[in-house]
Design a protein around this ligand. Structure first.
Ligand code: PEP
Ligand code: MN
Length: 343
């Protein structure tokens, strides 16, 4: 955080302010910025530090918040929003990207059947887990490498972009040539050495928000991938942990406008993991589209009750067709509104 001081503040006065900040537990340094002095707080700030703590200190004109710390993910880096091109299809920008498919790839026939159905309903991308991060080691762990072939073929045959999760460097190596987009799950959001590896691949990355991550931590994780050399990152809000236990997570729709304010990266909402309850998936998807999300990720199966994983939050292919129609209608209103506000 950087405190920009009033023009009338002298260096001895700035020193006094630094002393005060030191007693408050911060380490701060001053520097001359043009015609005024700025104080950079170099340590002592954590996720709970509020800007208001500094804003009202005598001599402070304004506080530049953490968004300036996101050198590559932040708004200053790029004019306009990032649009990612995947085999001629666009993620971000005016089109709504809809990622649909099973939680886990169960067999070849299952994936082809779901891919065909979601494509006919208007999905843009096929999701499906080959390597599954399960809470219990006794639960289905995914088919692994074999499933990647099913993914590649089912996506190509149905004119879809594929996305699948990777959890470590070995999986990254085998999945990178097979899948279009690579997903980093909530559990790995802050695996910094892995994030650095993702900078080296050509595939765009969808980074999911950790269930206890602040926006700052989320964007800093994206910053790791961008800084390591991969410019194509999208952010996925998938629900956070709160005291509420009725839903699996609390889907933070506020993430859409907040991340749009702070960053140029596309924002995707996952109402399936975000709610954990089938009947809540569509309403929250509508809310996400209305809030301006660039994309949605949903778990879909022709036999949701018998899905190998996340059955309780998986919607049927029929429900998905209906969801698609409603989302398109909402999206066209949102787009029209944006045009009118620009014009
Ligand atoms: C998933 O999308 O399959 C998944 C495991 O999601 P998350 O990392 O958000 O739990
Ligand atoms: Mn799942």
């Amino acid at each position: 955080m950087i405190l920009i001081l009033n023009q009338t503040i002298t260096h001895p006065e700035a020193e006094q302010l630094i002393e005060r900040l030191t007693t408050m537990g911060f380490k701060a340094v001053k520097e001359q910025q043009g015609d005024r002095i700025a104080i950079a707080i170099v340590s002592g700030i954590d996720a709970n530090t509020k800007i208001d703590l500094f804003k009202y200190l005598s001599g402070v004109e304004r506080v530049e918040d953490f968004s300036q710390q996101f050198k590559l993910a932040g708004k200053d880096f790029r004019k306009g929003r990032l649009v990612i091109d995947v085999r001629g299809k666009k993620i971000g920008g005016d089109e709504l990207t809809v990622m649909a498919g099973p939680c886990s790839i169960e067999n070849e026939e299952q994936l082809h059947r779901i891919a065909k159905s979601v494509s006919a309903s208007g999905a843009t991308m096929l999701r499906g887990g080959a390597f599954k991060p399960r809470t219990s080691p006794y639960d289905f762990q995914g088919l692994g490498e074999e499933a990647l072939k099913y993914m590649r073929d089912a996506a190509r045959e149905n004119d879809l972009i594929s996305i699948t999760e990777v959890m470590d460097e070995h999986q990254l190596e085998v999945a990178a040539p097979m899948a279009d987009v690579l997903q980093i799950g909530a559990r790995n959001m802050q695996n910094y050495s892995f994030l650095k590896e993702l900078g080296k691949v050509e595939n765009p990355i969808m980074l999911k928000r950790g269930f206890a991550a602040t926006y700052k931590e989320f964007l800093m994780a994206a910053e790791y991938i961008l800084n390591a050399g991969n410019p194509n990152v999208m952010l996925c809000e998938r629900g956070i942990r709160t005291y509420e236990s009725y839903t699996r997570n609390l889907l933070d729709i506020c993430a859409v406008p907040v991340l749009h304010e702070l960053s140029h990266l596309p924002v995707i909402i996952d109402p399936s993991h975000g709610t954990g309850i089938r009947s809540l998936v569509s309403p929250m998807a509508y809310a996400a589209v209305a809030a301006g999300a660039e994309g949605i990720m949903v778990e879909v199966h022709y036999d949701p009750d018998n899905a190998y994983s996340d059955a309780q939050q998986t919607i049927s292919t029929e429900s998905f067709a209906n969801l698609m129609r409603q989302m398109k209608a909402i999206h066209s209103v949102v787009k029209q509104n944006a045009v009118e506000n620009d014009g």
